[in-house]
Design a protein around this ligand. Structure first.
Ligand code: GLU
Length: 483
Protein backbone atom coordinates (compact mmCIF):
# COMPACT_ATOMS: atom_id res chain seq x y z
CA UNK A 1 0.00 0.00 0.00
CA UNK A 2 1.34 3.42 -0.91
CA UNK A 3 0.77 5.92 1.84
CA UNK A 4 -1.25 8.88 0.62
CA UNK A 5 -1.93 11.82 2.91
CA UNK A 6 -3.44 15.19 2.26
CA UNK A 7 -3.56 18.72 3.60
CA UNK A 8 -6.99 20.19 3.12
CA UNK A 9 -6.97 23.87 4.10
CA UNK A 10 -10.02 26.06 3.76
CA UNK A 11 -9.08 29.40 2.17
CA UNK A 12 -11.00 31.44 4.71
CA UNK A 13 -7.91 33.12 6.14
CA UNK A 14 -4.16 33.38 5.73
CA UNK A 15 -1.98 30.32 6.29
CA UNK A 16 -2.21 29.76 10.04
CA UNK A 17 0.45 28.22 12.24
CA UNK A 18 -1.96 25.37 13.14
CA UNK A 19 -2.55 24.47 9.49
CA UNK A 20 1.16 24.80 8.77
CA UNK A 21 2.00 22.43 11.62
CA UNK A 22 -0.60 19.95 10.27
CA UNK A 23 1.14 20.33 6.89
CA UNK A 24 4.50 19.57 8.49
CA UNK A 25 3.21 16.39 10.17
CA UNK A 26 1.56 15.20 6.94
CA UNK A 27 4.70 15.97 4.97
CA UNK A 28 7.01 14.24 7.46
CA UNK A 29 4.81 11.16 7.55
CA UNK A 30 4.55 10.98 3.76
CA UNK A 31 8.30 11.33 3.35
CA UNK A 32 8.99 8.85 6.14
CA UNK A 33 6.78 6.28 4.47
CA UNK A 34 7.92 7.04 0.93
CA UNK A 35 4.33 8.07 0.24
CA UNK A 36 2.53 10.97 -1.40
CA UNK A 37 1.43 14.31 -0.03
CA UNK A 38 -1.62 15.79 -1.70
CA UNK A 39 -2.87 19.36 -1.45
CA UNK A 40 -6.57 20.05 -1.61
CA UNK A 41 -8.15 23.46 -1.22
CA UNK A 42 -11.52 23.20 0.50
CA UNK A 43 -13.23 26.19 -1.02
CA UNK A 44 -16.86 25.12 -1.08
CA UNK A 45 -17.86 27.86 1.35
CA UNK A 46 -18.46 30.56 -1.24
CA UNK A 47 -19.05 33.35 1.25
CA UNK A 48 -15.90 32.87 3.30
CA UNK A 49 -13.43 31.52 0.73
CA UNK A 50 -11.21 34.07 -1.04
CA UNK A 51 -8.68 33.62 -3.85
CA UNK A 52 -6.16 35.79 -1.99
CA UNK A 53 -6.24 33.38 0.94
CA UNK A 54 -5.63 30.46 -1.44
CA UNK A 55 -2.68 32.39 -2.81
CA UNK A 56 -1.39 33.10 0.68
CA UNK A 57 -1.68 29.42 1.66
CA UNK A 58 0.09 28.16 -1.48
CA UNK A 59 2.90 30.71 -1.22
CA UNK A 60 3.29 30.07 2.50
CA UNK A 61 3.51 26.29 2.06
CA UNK A 62 6.10 26.73 -0.67
CA UNK A 63 8.11 29.11 1.49
CA UNK A 64 8.10 26.54 4.29
CA UNK A 65 9.28 23.83 1.91
CA UNK A 66 6.07 21.82 2.16
CA UNK A 67 6.30 20.49 -1.36
CA UNK A 68 3.29 18.50 -2.49
CA UNK A 69 3.16 15.65 -4.98
CA UNK A 70 -0.35 16.17 -6.35
CA UNK A 71 -2.70 19.12 -6.54
CA UNK A 72 -3.68 21.66 -5.58
CA UNK A 73 -7.16 20.28 -6.17
CA UNK A 74 -10.03 22.67 -5.67
CA UNK A 75 -13.27 21.43 -4.20
CA UNK A 76 -15.15 24.20 -5.99
CA UNK A 77 -14.28 22.43 -9.25
CA UNK A 78 -15.52 19.07 -8.05
CA UNK A 79 -19.11 19.87 -7.09
CA UNK A 80 -20.57 17.41 -9.62
CA UNK A 81 -18.73 14.58 -7.95
CA UNK A 82 -20.23 15.49 -4.58
CA UNK A 83 -23.72 15.83 -6.06
CA UNK A 84 -23.41 12.39 -7.64
CA UNK A 85 -22.40 10.97 -4.28
CA UNK A 86 -25.34 12.67 -2.59
CA UNK A 87 -27.65 11.28 -5.23
CA UNK A 88 -26.27 7.85 -4.43
CA UNK A 89 -27.06 8.35 -0.75
CA UNK A 90 -30.60 9.44 -1.68
CA UNK A 91 -31.05 6.47 -4.01
CA UNK A 92 -29.97 3.94 -1.43
CA UNK A 93 -32.11 5.48 1.29
CA UNK A 94 -29.18 6.75 3.42
CA UNK A 95 -30.22 10.36 2.93
CA UNK A 96 -33.45 12.30 2.48
CA UNK A 97 -34.84 15.73 1.80
CA UNK A 98 -35.84 17.74 4.86
CA UNK A 99 -38.15 20.72 4.36
CA UNK A 100 -37.99 22.41 7.76
CA UNK A 101 -38.09 26.18 7.69
CA UNK A 102 -35.57 28.18 9.75
CA UNK A 103 -38.43 29.19 12.05
CA UNK A 104 -39.44 25.58 12.62
CA UNK A 105 -35.86 24.60 13.39
CA UNK A 106 -35.55 27.51 15.78
CA UNK A 107 -38.77 26.53 17.57
CA UNK A 108 -37.46 22.96 17.84
CA UNK A 109 -34.24 24.19 19.44
CA UNK A 110 -36.09 26.47 21.83
CA UNK A 111 -38.23 23.55 22.97
CA UNK A 112 -35.13 21.42 23.52
CA UNK A 113 -33.51 24.21 25.46
CA UNK A 114 -36.56 24.62 27.67
CA UNK A 115 -36.29 20.92 28.54
CA UNK A 116 -32.58 21.26 29.24
CA UNK A 117 -31.67 19.08 26.24
CA UNK A 118 -28.73 19.58 23.92
CA UNK A 119 -29.78 21.05 20.56
CA UNK A 120 -30.13 18.46 17.81
CA UNK A 121 -32.23 17.77 14.77
CA UNK A 122 -35.02 15.42 15.82
CA UNK A 123 -35.08 13.68 12.43
CA UNK A 124 -38.73 14.67 11.95
CA UNK A 125 -38.59 14.59 8.16
CA UNK A 126 -36.82 11.25 7.92
CA UNK A 127 -39.84 9.30 6.80
CA UNK A 128 -41.96 11.75 4.84
CA UNK A 129 -44.37 10.16 2.38
CA UNK A 130 -44.32 11.18 -1.27
CA UNK A 131 -47.51 13.13 -0.65
CA UNK A 132 -46.02 15.07 2.25
CA UNK A 133 -42.99 15.90 0.16
CA UNK A 134 -45.15 17.00 -2.74
CA UNK A 135 -47.18 19.19 -0.40
CA UNK A 136 -44.02 20.91 0.94
CA UNK A 137 -42.77 21.43 -2.61
CA UNK A 138 -46.13 22.87 -3.58
CA UNK A 139 -45.82 25.31 -0.67
CA UNK A 140 -42.60 26.47 -2.31
CA UNK A 141 -40.39 25.18 0.50
CA UNK A 142 -36.74 24.41 -0.18
CA UNK A 143 -35.09 21.23 1.06
CA UNK A 144 -31.71 20.40 2.54
CA UNK A 145 -30.38 16.87 2.18
CA UNK A 146 -29.84 15.07 5.47
CA UNK A 147 -27.75 11.97 5.98
CA UNK A 148 -29.27 9.47 8.39
CA UNK A 149 -27.37 8.96 11.62
CA UNK A 150 -28.35 5.90 13.61
CA UNK A 151 -28.42 7.07 17.23
CA UNK A 152 -27.79 3.56 18.54
CA UNK A 153 -24.39 3.32 16.94
CA UNK A 154 -21.11 3.81 18.76
CA UNK A 155 -18.14 4.80 16.60
CA UNK A 156 -14.71 3.60 17.57
CA UNK A 157 -11.42 4.02 15.78
CA UNK A 158 -7.85 3.44 16.74
CA UNK A 159 -6.36 6.88 16.47
CA UNK A 160 -2.68 6.97 15.61
CA UNK A 161 -2.12 9.66 18.23
CA UNK A 162 -4.84 9.10 20.80
CA UNK A 163 -5.33 5.32 20.74
CA UNK A 164 -8.93 4.04 20.81
CA UNK A 165 -11.45 6.87 20.48
CA UNK A 166 -15.14 6.26 21.03
CA UNK A 167 -17.98 8.53 20.04
CA UNK A 168 -21.69 7.95 20.49
CA UNK A 169 -23.69 8.59 17.34
CA UNK A 170 -26.42 10.05 19.56
CA UNK A 171 -23.99 12.92 20.33
CA UNK A 172 -23.65 13.91 16.69
CA UNK A 173 -26.67 16.20 16.62
CA UNK A 174 -29.15 14.08 14.68
CA UNK A 175 -29.34 13.50 10.94
CA UNK A 176 -26.63 15.59 9.33
CA UNK A 177 -27.08 18.12 6.56
CA UNK A 178 -24.89 17.17 3.58
CA UNK A 179 -26.25 19.67 1.06
CA UNK A 180 -27.64 23.16 1.55
CA UNK A 181 -31.23 24.07 0.77
CA UNK A 182 -32.39 23.94 -2.79
CA UNK A 183 -35.77 24.16 -4.48
CA UNK A 184 -37.49 21.83 -6.92
CA UNK A 185 -35.81 18.52 -6.12
CA UNK A 186 -32.31 19.83 -6.87
CA UNK A 187 -29.28 19.11 -4.75
CA UNK A 188 -27.99 22.31 -3.15
CA UNK A 189 -24.44 23.16 -2.27
CA UNK A 190 -22.61 20.10 -0.88
CA UNK A 191 -21.22 20.58 2.61
CA UNK A 192 -17.93 20.00 4.34
CA UNK A 193 -18.13 16.47 5.81
CA UNK A 194 -19.59 15.02 2.63
CA UNK A 195 -17.06 16.66 0.32
CA UNK A 196 -14.13 15.58 2.53
CA UNK A 197 -15.19 11.94 2.52
CA UNK A 198 -15.94 11.85 -1.21
CA UNK A 199 -12.53 13.38 -1.93
CA UNK A 200 -10.61 11.24 0.53
CA UNK A 201 -12.14 8.13 -1.07
CA UNK A 202 -11.61 9.41 -4.62
CA UNK A 203 -8.01 10.43 -3.91
CA UNK A 204 -7.23 7.09 -2.21
CA UNK A 205 -6.18 8.79 1.00
CA UNK A 206 -4.79 6.17 3.38
CA UNK A 207 -4.11 8.37 6.44
CA UNK A 208 -6.13 11.38 7.53
CA UNK A 209 -3.88 13.57 9.66
CA UNK A 210 -5.52 16.71 11.04
CA UNK A 211 -6.08 18.76 14.17
CA UNK A 212 -7.94 17.33 17.14
CA UNK A 213 -10.73 19.86 16.62
CA UNK A 214 -11.93 17.50 13.85
CA UNK A 215 -12.60 14.50 16.12
CA UNK A 216 -16.40 14.89 16.04
CA UNK A 217 -16.24 15.23 12.25
CA UNK A 218 -14.33 11.97 12.08
CA UNK A 219 -17.20 10.16 13.80
CA UNK A 220 -19.62 11.58 11.22
CA UNK A 221 -17.29 10.84 8.37
CA UNK A 222 -16.88 7.20 9.39
CA UNK A 223 -20.64 6.79 8.93
CA UNK A 224 -20.34 8.30 5.44
CA UNK A 225 -17.51 5.92 4.53
CA UNK A 226 -19.75 3.06 5.57
CA UNK A 227 -22.63 4.39 3.50
CA UNK A 228 -20.37 4.55 0.45
CA UNK A 229 -19.04 1.05 1.14
CA UNK A 230 -15.49 2.40 1.27
CA UNK A 231 -12.53 1.28 3.36
CA UNK A 232 -11.71 3.55 6.26
CA UNK A 233 -8.39 5.40 6.25
CA UNK A 234 -6.33 5.55 9.42
CA UNK A 235 -6.89 8.69 11.49
CA UNK A 236 -4.37 10.77 13.40
CA UNK A 237 -5.63 13.76 15.37
CA UNK A 238 -2.76 16.02 16.26
CA UNK A 239 -2.72 18.07 19.47
CA UNK A 240 -3.78 21.70 19.41
CA UNK A 241 -1.27 24.51 19.67
CA UNK A 242 -1.85 26.38 22.91
CA UNK A 243 -0.92 29.84 24.13
CA UNK A 244 0.93 30.45 27.38
CA UNK A 245 -2.35 30.37 29.32
CA UNK A 246 -3.03 26.89 27.96
CA UNK A 247 -5.86 27.95 25.64
CA UNK A 248 -6.07 27.23 21.93
CA UNK A 249 -3.79 29.67 20.11
CA UNK A 250 -5.99 32.17 18.30
CA UNK A 251 -5.81 35.48 16.48
CA UNK A 252 -6.18 37.19 19.86
CA UNK A 253 -2.70 35.90 20.72
CA UNK A 254 -1.23 38.20 18.10
CA UNK A 255 0.99 36.52 15.59
CA UNK A 256 -0.54 33.38 14.10
CA UNK A 257 -0.16 33.58 10.33
CA UNK A 258 2.96 32.23 8.68
CA UNK A 259 3.89 35.43 6.88
CA UNK A 260 3.72 37.32 10.17
CA UNK A 261 6.38 34.95 11.45
CA UNK A 262 8.39 35.56 8.31
CA UNK A 263 8.06 39.30 8.80
CA UNK A 264 9.29 39.01 12.38
CA UNK A 265 12.48 37.56 10.95
CA UNK A 266 12.15 33.81 11.44
CA UNK A 267 13.61 31.67 8.70
CA UNK A 268 11.52 28.97 7.06
CA UNK A 269 13.99 26.31 8.22
CA UNK A 270 13.83 27.44 11.86
CA UNK A 271 10.06 27.72 11.79
CA UNK A 272 9.51 24.23 10.33
CA UNK A 273 12.08 22.83 12.75
CA UNK A 274 10.18 24.43 15.63
CA UNK A 275 6.76 23.34 14.33
CA UNK A 276 8.00 19.76 14.14
CA UNK A 277 8.70 19.96 17.86
CA UNK A 278 5.20 21.29 18.56
CA UNK A 279 3.74 17.97 19.62
CA UNK A 280 6.45 15.57 18.43
CA UNK A 281 9.56 14.56 20.33
CA UNK A 282 12.38 12.95 18.36
CA UNK A 283 13.63 9.63 19.71
CA UNK A 284 17.12 11.05 20.28
CA UNK A 285 15.89 14.31 21.86
CA UNK A 286 17.68 16.24 19.11
CA UNK A 287 16.30 19.76 18.75
CA UNK A 288 17.92 21.04 15.59
CA UNK A 289 17.33 19.21 12.35
CA UNK A 290 16.37 19.66 8.73
CA UNK A 291 12.99 18.43 7.56
CA UNK A 292 14.39 15.46 5.59
CA UNK A 293 16.36 14.46 8.67
CA UNK A 294 13.26 14.69 10.86
CA UNK A 295 11.32 12.67 8.26
CA UNK A 296 13.69 9.75 8.73
CA UNK A 297 12.75 9.55 12.39
CA UNK A 298 9.14 10.75 12.35
CA UNK A 299 6.31 8.58 13.63
CA UNK A 300 2.99 9.13 15.39
CA UNK A 301 4.08 6.98 18.33
CA UNK A 302 6.03 10.02 19.54
CA UNK A 303 3.31 12.61 18.96
CA UNK A 304 1.76 13.78 22.23
CA UNK A 305 -1.92 13.72 23.01
CA UNK A 306 -1.72 16.81 25.19
CA UNK A 307 -1.81 20.25 23.62
CA UNK A 308 1.52 21.79 22.64
CA UNK A 309 2.35 25.15 24.25
CA UNK A 310 3.77 27.70 21.87
CA UNK A 311 7.13 28.77 23.25
CA UNK A 312 8.59 31.96 21.79
CA UNK A 313 11.88 31.55 23.62
CA UNK A 314 12.43 28.15 22.07
CA UNK A 315 11.52 29.43 18.61
CA UNK A 316 13.93 32.35 19.10
CA UNK A 317 16.67 30.00 20.20
CA UNK A 318 16.19 27.72 17.19
CA UNK A 319 16.09 30.72 14.86
CA UNK A 320 19.30 32.10 16.33
CA UNK A 321 21.03 28.75 15.79
CA UNK A 322 20.02 28.77 12.13
CA UNK A 323 21.08 32.38 11.63
CA UNK A 324 24.44 31.80 13.29
CA UNK A 325 25.13 28.88 10.98
CA UNK A 326 24.25 30.67 7.72
CA UNK A 327 27.08 31.42 5.27
CA UNK A 328 27.58 35.20 4.90
CA UNK A 329 26.18 35.24 1.33
CA UNK A 330 22.91 33.63 2.41
CA UNK A 331 22.71 35.72 5.55
CA UNK A 332 23.26 38.90 3.55
CA UNK A 333 20.42 37.95 1.18
CA UNK A 334 18.12 37.43 4.17
CA UNK A 335 19.13 40.67 5.89
CA UNK A 336 19.04 43.02 2.89
CA UNK A 337 15.26 43.64 2.89
CA UNK A 338 15.43 44.75 6.53
CA UNK A 339 18.33 47.14 5.82
CA UNK A 340 16.49 48.48 2.81
CA UNK A 341 13.36 49.01 4.89
CA UNK A 342 15.44 50.82 7.51
CA UNK A 343 16.58 53.24 4.81
CA UNK A 344 20.23 52.18 4.90
CA UNK A 345 22.01 53.24 1.71
CA UNK A 346 24.25 50.81 -0.17
CA UNK A 347 24.89 49.47 -3.61
CA UNK A 348 24.72 45.72 -3.59
CA UNK A 349 27.29 45.30 -6.35
CA UNK A 350 29.96 47.83 -5.50
CA UNK A 351 29.58 47.56 -1.71
CA UNK A 352 29.75 43.80 -1.49
CA UNK A 353 33.33 44.06 -0.24
CA UNK A 354 32.12 45.49 3.07
CA UNK A 355 28.52 44.22 3.10
CA UNK A 356 29.63 40.59 3.29
CA UNK A 357 32.08 41.09 6.18
CA UNK A 358 29.39 43.12 7.90
CA UNK A 359 26.89 40.27 7.58
CA UNK A 360 29.54 37.86 8.88
CA UNK A 361 30.31 40.22 11.76
CA UNK A 362 26.77 40.63 13.08
CA UNK A 363 25.48 37.13 12.20
CA UNK A 364 26.49 35.53 15.52
CA UNK A 365 24.54 38.09 17.55
CA UNK A 366 21.24 37.82 15.68
CA UNK A 367 18.16 36.15 17.11
CA UNK A 368 15.71 37.41 14.50
CA UNK A 369 16.60 38.97 11.16
CA UNK A 370 15.38 42.51 12.05
CA UNK A 371 17.99 42.58 14.85
CA UNK A 372 20.40 43.21 11.98
CA UNK A 373 19.11 46.78 11.72
CA UNK A 374 20.27 47.88 15.16
CA UNK A 375 23.43 45.76 14.94
CA UNK A 376 24.47 47.33 11.66
CA UNK A 377 23.61 50.97 12.34
CA UNK A 378 27.26 51.68 13.16
CA UNK A 379 28.21 51.17 9.55
CA UNK A 380 25.73 53.14 7.50
CA UNK A 381 26.45 56.78 8.29
CA UNK A 382 29.81 58.46 8.36
CA UNK A 383 29.36 60.22 11.68
CA UNK A 384 27.43 58.81 14.63
CA UNK A 385 26.28 60.57 17.79
CA UNK A 386 28.46 59.76 20.80
CA UNK A 387 26.94 58.13 23.86
CA UNK A 388 27.71 59.65 27.26
CA UNK A 389 29.94 56.64 28.05
CA UNK A 390 31.90 57.19 24.85
CA UNK A 391 32.25 60.89 25.64
CA UNK A 392 33.51 60.03 29.12
CA UNK A 393 36.02 57.59 27.66
CA UNK A 394 37.37 60.33 25.40
CA UNK A 395 38.08 62.46 28.48
CA UNK A 396 40.37 59.79 29.96
CA UNK A 397 44.03 60.86 30.29
CA UNK A 398 45.90 59.71 27.19
CA UNK A 399 42.75 59.13 25.11
CA UNK A 400 43.29 62.03 22.71
CA UNK A 401 46.86 60.88 22.04
CA UNK A 402 45.66 57.38 21.22
CA UNK A 403 43.14 58.72 18.71
CA UNK A 404 45.71 61.10 17.20
CA UNK A 405 48.10 58.16 16.78
CA UNK A 406 45.38 56.26 14.94
CA UNK A 407 44.78 59.24 12.63
CA UNK A 408 48.50 59.45 11.95
CA UNK A 409 48.74 55.73 11.24
CA UNK A 410 45.96 55.96 8.66
CA UNK A 411 47.65 59.00 7.11
CA UNK A 412 50.85 57.02 6.71
CA UNK A 413 48.86 54.24 5.04
CA UNK A 414 49.27 51.62 7.70
CA UNK A 415 47.44 48.52 6.49
CA UNK A 416 44.04 48.03 8.11
CA UNK A 417 42.71 45.25 5.96
CA UNK A 418 42.30 42.57 8.61
CA UNK A 419 41.53 42.35 12.33
CA UNK A 420 45.17 41.25 12.84
CA UNK A 421 46.31 44.58 11.33
CA UNK A 422 44.08 46.45 13.76
CA UNK A 423 45.45 44.50 16.72
CA UNK A 424 49.03 45.12 15.61
CA UNK A 425 48.33 48.83 15.34
CA UNK A 426 46.72 48.91 18.80
CA UNK A 427 49.77 47.15 20.27
CA UNK A 428 52.07 49.58 18.59
CA UNK A 429 50.13 52.60 19.87
CA UNK A 430 50.03 51.20 23.40
CA UNK A 431 53.77 50.72 23.35
CA UNK A 432 54.59 54.09 21.78
CA UNK A 433 52.35 55.97 24.21
CA UNK A 434 53.27 53.89 27.21
CA UNK A 435 49.59 53.19 28.00
CA UNK A 436 47.66 49.99 28.67
CA UNK A 437 46.21 48.08 25.72
CA UNK A 438 42.81 48.24 27.45
CA UNK A 439 42.84 52.04 27.30
CA UNK A 440 43.75 51.93 23.61
CA UNK A 441 40.97 49.52 22.70
CA UNK A 442 38.31 51.28 24.78
CA UNK A 443 39.26 54.66 23.41
CA UNK A 444 39.27 53.49 19.83
CA UNK A 445 35.87 51.87 20.37
CA UNK A 446 34.50 55.11 21.79
CA UNK A 447 35.99 57.15 18.96
CA UNK A 448 35.08 54.84 16.07
CA UNK A 449 31.74 53.44 17.21
CA UNK A 450 30.45 56.27 19.39
CA UNK A 451 29.44 53.73 22.02
CA UNK A 452 31.11 51.37 24.46
CA UNK A 453 28.88 48.43 23.39
CA UNK A 454 28.75 46.88 19.96
CA UNK A 455 30.31 44.35 17.63
CA UNK A 456 33.95 43.28 17.69
CA UNK A 457 36.14 46.39 17.36
CA UNK A 458 38.88 45.00 15.16
CA UNK A 459 36.45 43.59 12.60
CA UNK A 460 34.33 46.72 12.78
CA UNK A 461 37.31 48.97 12.11
CA UNK A 462 38.27 46.98 9.02
CA UNK A 463 34.81 47.56 7.63
CA UNK A 464 34.78 51.25 8.59
CA UNK A 465 38.19 51.64 7.01
CA UNK A 466 36.92 50.06 3.80
CA UNK A 467 34.04 52.49 3.85
CA UNK A 468 36.44 55.40 4.47
CA UNK A 469 34.51 56.40 7.60
CA UNK A 470 37.23 55.91 10.17
CA UNK A 471 39.22 59.13 9.73
CA UNK A 472 36.15 61.35 10.00
CA UNK A 473 35.03 59.55 13.14
CA UNK A 474 38.42 59.71 14.78
CA UNK A 475 38.60 63.43 14.07
CA UNK A 476 35.11 64.00 15.40
CA UNK A 477 36.19 62.22 18.59
CA UNK A 478 39.23 64.49 18.88
CA UNK A 479 36.86 67.42 18.53
CA UNK A 480 35.06 66.18 21.66
CA UNK A 481 38.27 66.36 23.66
CA UNK A 482 39.31 69.74 22.42
CA UNK A 483 35.77 71.12 22.92
N1 GLU B 1 -10.81 22.06 5.60
C1 GLU B 1 -10.59 21.67 6.97
C2 GLU B 1 -9.94 22.80 7.72
O1 GLU B 1 -9.35 23.68 7.12
C3 GLU B 1 -9.69 20.48 7.12
C4 GLU B 1 -10.38 19.26 6.79
C5 GLU B 1 -9.60 18.00 7.02
O2 GLU B 1 -8.38 18.03 7.18
O3 GLU B 1 -10.25 16.99 6.98
O4 GLU B 1 -10.01 22.80 8.92
Amino acid sequence: MTVRVRLAPSPTGNLHIGTARTAVFNWLFARHEGGQFILRIEDTDEERSRPEYTENILTGLKWLGMTWDEGPFFQSQRLDLYREAIQKLLDQGSAYRAYDTPEELEAMREAQKAKGQAPRYDNRHRNLTDEQQAAFEAEGRTAVIRFKIDDDRTLTWNDMVRGPVTWKASDLGGDMVVARASAGGQIGQPLYNLAVVVDDIDMNITHVIRGEDHIANTAKQILLYEAFGATLPAFAHTPLILNQAGQKLSKRDGVTSIFEFQKLGFTAEALTNYMTLLGWSPPDAEELFTLPHAAEKFGFDRVNKAGAKFDWDKLDWINSQYLHALPPETLLEAILPYWQEAGYAFDLESDRNWLLPLAALIGPSLTRLPDSVAQAHFFFSEILPYSSDAKAQMQQPGAAEVVQAAVDAIASETSLSSPADVKALADQVAKAQGVKKGLVMKTLRAALMGDMQGPDLAESWVILHQRGFDVARLKAALGLVEG
